[in-house]
Ligand binder design. Structure first.
Ligand code: F3S
Length: 396
């Protein structure tokens, strides 16, 4: 791989141990994927923040980097941690876990990483523009950045994203190369899609049919960010793609993709059935995968007004969004109903195994991690159905 003089000096250790180690990670990655050079990045988002996933080895790695002087060179934000950094006790997190999680966050902060702890960085100020090369790692955010914002990023691992932050570089391969971003399958949508869960089901159906191939959607409805982030999360989870195109808006190319499929009402129904376990009882309700927008919180607050929840109910969101919800009076209604904000964290990265058995949610991705990481049974439906389950304990 060609390196500039400055990059050669970084690799030789002239800018210290931390820069050298991280440049070694990136050159090794570039060699594996056949990159011919490094490119500068303007934004980084680091996953692998929860102590639940990092363990002591991950914590030690981060603290060593911080001790050795690692510092970010570009705007860098964090994915959700394993707990709400302020109200962890209220969410039932034990003290030992909390202390370790706090050390993880402190190590990141010492390196200059903004502890935003959200998988929707584009909602809270880390919003790169079209054509910008970036290094993000959370899969739904990566797909959102590539597909909706038009930025260019591979799906980085936590260490390679952090290495990009510390060096300001990433190897040029994969989604950074224009030719690799061409659509491979035209996906005709031949059904009505409305609710957030429908778009999760769409991602599930398309992901199962075409895997990581890049789809070009035809007949895609004009929908807000809530539906788009749901699709990004789901299609990345069930298919592994980091990019999709929408005909006429995000894609103006003329080249016809080599394959064609159609998504019908039956495909969406099949997806929703596959994500719904046959059980009527619910003991945990969680919304905000990916993290809730202010509008979603407003809707939840309206549905909860004058009611009391009887089941644990988490609203996962960025702390910044929760503060806006407080200013708007939505948070107070949510607290009055007995529901809880889970800021900085989510139902997938918090240590919840064994605490609950049936998760109700509007997110196809949350179903995947609820089942896989926490052994939950899952119910997926509308926000109204989820709120009703939190109040009555029943899924109707
Ligand atoms: Fe975000 Fe957690 Fe879902 S990181 S996308 S809320 S699994």
């Amino acid at each position: 791989m060609h390196l500039t003089n400055e990059e050669e000096k970084m690799l030789a250790g002239e800018e210290g141990y931390a820069v050298q180690k991280n440049m070694q990670i990136l050159t090794a990655l570039g060699d594996i994927f056949g990159a011919d050079k490094m490119i500068p990045v303007s934004s980084v988002q680091v996953a692998g923040v929860s102590y639940y996933n990092l363990g002591d080895a991950g914590l030690e790695y981060l603290e060593t980097l911080a001790d050795k002087g690692a510092r970010t060179r570009v705007k860098t934000t964090l994915n959700p941690a394993g707990m709400d950094l302020e109200n962890w006790r209220e969410l039932g997190i034990d003290e030992e876990f909390a202390r370790k999680q706090e050390r993880v966050i402190q190590a990141f902060v010492r390196m200059g990483v903004i502890p935003s702890c959200t998988c929707t960085p584009y909602l809270v100020g880390n919003e790169p523009g079209r054509g910008e090369h970036i290094a993000w790692s959370e899969s739904s955010a990566v797909t959102y950045a590539n597909s909706i914002l038009g930025a260019m990023t591979n799906r980085e691992g936590g260490p390679s994203a952090l290495a990009a932050a510390i060096t300001g570089r990433t190897p040029s391969y994969g989604m950074h190369i224009e030719d690799n971003r061409k659509p491979k399958v035209r996906v005709k949508i031949d059904t009505k899609l409305a609710a957030v869960a429908d778009f999760g089901a769409l991602g599930y159906a398309v992901g199962k049919k075409i895997g990581p191939k890049i789809p070009l959607f035809e007949g895609f409805p004009d929908v807000p960010v809530e539906q788009l982030k749901s699709l990004c999360a789901s299609i990345a989870t069930y298919g592994g793609t980091a990019l999709f195109h929408i005909d006429g808006t995000t894609y103006k190319g003329r080249e016809a993709p080599p394959e064609n499929i159609t998504i019908t009402h039956a495909d969406i129904e099949t997806a929703l059935r596959a994500l719904n376990d046959e059980t009527a009882q619910v003991d945990f309700v969680a919304l905000g995968c990916p993290h809730c927008t202010l509008d979603e919180i407003k809707q939840i607050a309206g549905l909860l007004e004058g009611k009391k929840v009887t089941r644990e109910f988490w609203i996962c969101t960025a702390r910044q969004t929760m503060k806006e919800a407080e200013e708007m009076g939505y948070a107070q209604k949510i607290h009055a109903a007995g529901a809880k904000f889970a800021c900085d964290t989510c139902m997938a990265v918090a240590p919840l195994k064994g605490r609950f058995t049936v998760l109700a949610t509007d997110s196809a991705k949350a179903c995947y991690y609820g089942r896989g990481t926490n052994d939950f049974k899952t119910r997926i439906g509308s926000v109204e159905e989820c709120v009703n389950a939190a109040v009555t304990g029943n899924w109707s």
